[in-house]
Design a protein around this ligand. Structure first.
Ligand SMILES: Nc1ncnc2c1ncn2[C@@H]1O[C@H](COP(=O)(O)OP(=O)(O)O)[C@@H](O)[C@H]1O
Ligand SMILES: CC(=O)N[C@@H](CCC(=O)OP(=O)(O)O)C(=O)O
Length: 256
């Protein structure tokens, strides 16, 4: 991925929070009030989101099949239209509304807006209309953030010739965190972190994560989360958290 690195800014604290589709619909007002408190304490927030369950429902209504491979939806031509309209037309405005109701100035965005996320096919033969992030328009994000507005980003990439590409929400979250030099990334999901042999892990390191993937303890939708986390850590973002609605979960840190 090519990014235009933001200016170093020693004093600022910038946090990217990804809200998983698995948990989005159940979040209540007090959850969003947490965000207001974070903002009031001077933290710059950037929110990204998924919407897997909402997409599944819309696909089912239309009788369109889809399946996941390594936690990524194999997206047909028929499916990409539904993914695009669900994320941009339904999930994103609903989330912006929740934030606005909690008193947070928020603006909904997707990869097409101001060329926010330019994407290319990940592997068209294998995944269909799924994208990988090529560039992030960090100047646009910087302008929005410095205006005190929270960007709320749907995980749709802008492909060649205006083709929408489906990008996993966790991948977008980590790519945005990397592009804007975030101090931390928080992935909010429907489980309180990484569970191994029925026990939630408070902490994890890359070597444990690789071992857990190999042994099959981490699978499905957890895979893009930990992969994004490992990328962020190796690029110098100090920590990534995978948490439930209560914001309690696993903190992933570099070794040592
Ligand atoms: N080791 C693990 N610990 C916890 N959850 C895991 C693990 N491996 C796989 N999962 C699955 O990952 C899911 C979260 O991913 P996903 O459903 O894609 O959520 P989201 O919509 O928040 O991105 C959990 O509900 C669980 O089924
Ligand atoms: C390519 C790919 O997997 N795209 C995801 C985008 C939504 C998403 O990531 O939603 P969650 O946050 O609920 O996982 C999908 O189609 O489901």
């Amino acid at each position: 991925m090519t990014t235009f690195k933001s200016m170093p800014h020693t004093a600022r604290k910038r946090v990217v929070i990804k809200l998983g589709g698995s948990t989005l619909e159940g979040l209540n007002e007090s959850f969003f009030e947490n965000f207001k408190k974070l903002q009031e304490s001077g933290i710059e927030l950037i929110i990204t989101h998924g919407g897997g369950p909402a997409i599944n429902r819309e696909l089912a209504v239309r009788g369109i099949e889809s399946h996941a491979l390594n936690g990524i939806r194999v997206t047909s031509e028929a499916a990409i239209d539904i993914v695009q309209s669900t994320l941009i037309g339904k999930v994103n405005p609903a989330l912006v509304h929740e934030l606005t109701t909690a008193g947070i100035a928020a603006i909904g965005l997707n990869g097409f807006d101001g060329q926010l996320i330019i994407a290319d096919y990940l592997d068209k033969d294998v995944y269909g209309f799924v994208g990988e992030v090529k560039t992030v328009n960090t100047s646009l994000l910087e302008a929005i953030i410095s205006a005190g507005v929270v960007p709320v980003i749907a995980c749709i990439g802008s492909g060649e010739h205006g083709q929408a590409l489906n990008i996993n929400g966790d991948t977008v979250a980590s790519e945005i965190a990397l592009a804007i030099d975030a101090n931390s990334l928080i992935l909010v999901t429907d489980v309180s972190g990484i569970r191994i042999n029925e026990e939630y892990q408070l902490k994890a390191t890359p070597s444990f994560i690789n071992q857990w993937i190999e042994e099959g303890h981490i699978y499905g939708g957890m895979i893009p989360k930990v992969q994004g986390a490992l990328e962020c850590l190796s690029a110098g973002i100090p920590s990534v958290q995978i948490v439930g609605e209560s914001l309690v979960g696993t903190t992933i840190l570099s070794e040592g």
